[in-house]
Design a protein around this ligand. Structure first.
Ligand code: ATP
Ligand code: MG
Length: 190
């Protein structure tokens, strides 16, 4: 990877109080199963992954996201509903969904995707499903156990206001990725 390229994605942030709630909910499982757990400090909902971009493209993406966000209305979200990709029987990724505000999240993701596509950034091949990645799984048996345990412990977070999106840089590290905000893009005022 060239040093001047910036690994970029667009996401909704999760308030620290909600991250703490979620962290507490999965703490016993995290201790029980050796999965590649993600770090609560970095938890977010990805709307669009762009990959490695030049500085100029990051500026363009930020300007587009600023414009798109200003046309969106704030909404209430809440996390809940455990899931697994590609399936609970063969989990590679464990996640928690958006139990409330899913439709508005999909609308925001589509608005971002459409505007970026118009500007020449490729569309995502896969359908968009709002999720927060909790763990990546290398050992299928551990993954299936973890997935089964989650299903027995339903979770619903407190509601939180979603009133902006953020363009993030991702710095891949051995200890997991670290994310740095590049542009904060507020929604329209209600
Ligand atoms: P790591 O790759 O080290 O496991 P990560 O996946 O969190 O960490 P990135 O790969 O930089 O870090 O991804 C940043 C965000 O974009 C994450 O939310 C990730 O799930 C999402 N993402 C990454 N690649 C894609 C992709 N090809 N399509 C959709 N979303 C993606
Ligand atoms: Mg990744």
């Amino acid at each position: 990877m060239a040093a001047d390229l910036i690994r970029t994605f667009v996401a909704i942030e999760i308030p620290s109080s909600v991250r703490e709630e979620l962290d507490a909910a999965i703490a016993p499982l995290r201790r029980a199963e050796r999965l590649r757990w993600t770090q609560p400090a970095g938890w977010h909902l990805t709307l669009k992954f762009l990959g490695e971009l030049s500085r100029e493209d990051v500026k363009r993406v930020s300007a587009i996201c600023t414009r798109v966000a200003s046309s969106l209305r704030p909404f209430d979200g809440a996390l809940g509903g455990w899931g697994a990709f590609p399936s609970p029987h063969r989990p590679r990724v464990l996640w928690v969904g958006m139990q409330r505000g899913a439709e508005a999240t999909v609308t925001a993701a589509k608005a971002v995707e459409d505007a970026l596509f118009e500007a020449g950034f490729p569309r995502e091949g896969k359908p968009f499903h709002p999720h927060l990645t909790l763990a990546r799984i290398e050992d299928p048996a551990a993954g299936s156990r973890a997935s089964a345990v989650l299903q027995e412990h339903p979770f619903a977070s407190a509601a939180f206001r979603v009133d902006r999106i953020v363009v993030f840089q991702s710095v891949l590290d051995r200890g997991g990725a670290r994310y740095h905000p590049l542009a904060v893009c507020p929604f329209a005022k209600t």
